[in-house]
Write a protein that binds this ligand. Sequence first.
Ligand SMILES: NC(=O)c1ccc[n+]([C@@H]2O[C@H](COP(=O)([O-])OP(=O)(O)OC[C@H]3O[C@@H](n4cnc5c(N)ncnc54)[C@H](OP(=O)(O)O)[C@@H]3O)[C@@H](O)[C@H]2O)c1
Length: 250
Amino acid sequence: MSILILGGTSDIGSEIATLTCDGQDVILAARRPEATRELADNLKARGATSVHTLAFDATAVNSHRELVTTARELAGDISLAVVAFGILGDQERAETDEAHAVEIATVDYTSQVSMLTVLADVLSHQSSTSTIVAFSSIAGWRARRANYVYGSTKAGLDAFCQGLSDALHGTNVTLIIARPGFVIGSMTTGMKPAPMSVYPHDVAAAVVNAYTTTTSAKSKSTTLWIPGRLRLLAWIMRIVPRPIWRKMPR
Ligand SMILES: NC(=O)c1ccc[n+]([C@@H]2O[C@H](COP(=O)([O-])OP(=O)(O)OC[C@H]3O[C@@H](n4cnc5c(N)ncnc54)[C@H](OP(=O)(O)O)[C@@H]3O)[C@@H](O)[C@H]2O)c1
């Protein structure tokens, strides 16, 4: 059985790989394969049976099925697939540069939909159980003036994933939908941490805990707020009047 990380240089994806690699064949699919060397060495030191790196451009949606097929040829059935690629983008630029707005929408929605569709199809035809992890965000819960392009992709992706988890109900595939808040890492470099910020390791630990539960207890797909208390903030977010809401910072 193998672990497939899509976005092999992602902070969160790397942490999940680190926590789950012991005794596993790991495939790192990355648009900069050369940047995965240190992680690959680290995973081997932590007990990964093998680590393969594949070149992967998420926007080349026609390559997604072939990539997953190649991963299975290299390392056998996939037990855990983590869809960890994504970009925050530049909201200010996206408001006047439609190509950049489309780039954000493509990486954070269209490409995710494509890859999740391929994974759900391929993994549901495997004989063993497996888990897919997708990353929504608090940013998609209620779109904010300050980052509505990225936020809208997460809202769409979250809705897609809720439907997909229902479609997978009763199959041998479970879907973990992670909804982190602000994560202090590469994606948010230079930004002031928001309340209830977490680190990539915290997100990975919550996801891996859910993964372990789904595999050991044969439980169903799940949606995770990370940290859990973000659920309360999310409830409050929905009732903030719009004149106040539109002034909210990123
Ligand atoms: N960080 C946060 O605050 C936060 C909060 C909520 C949700 N999330 C979501 O969690 C997921 C993981 O985030 P993270 O914090 O791990 O981000 P990260 O460290 O910035 O990693 C993003 C990954 O996406 C890859 N990527 C971007 N565009 C790509 C493309 N066209 N093709 C292939 N790979 C591409 C990056 O590759 P390169 O290294 O080559 O750029 C990198 O591996 C994302 O979906 C993100 O939206 C993050």
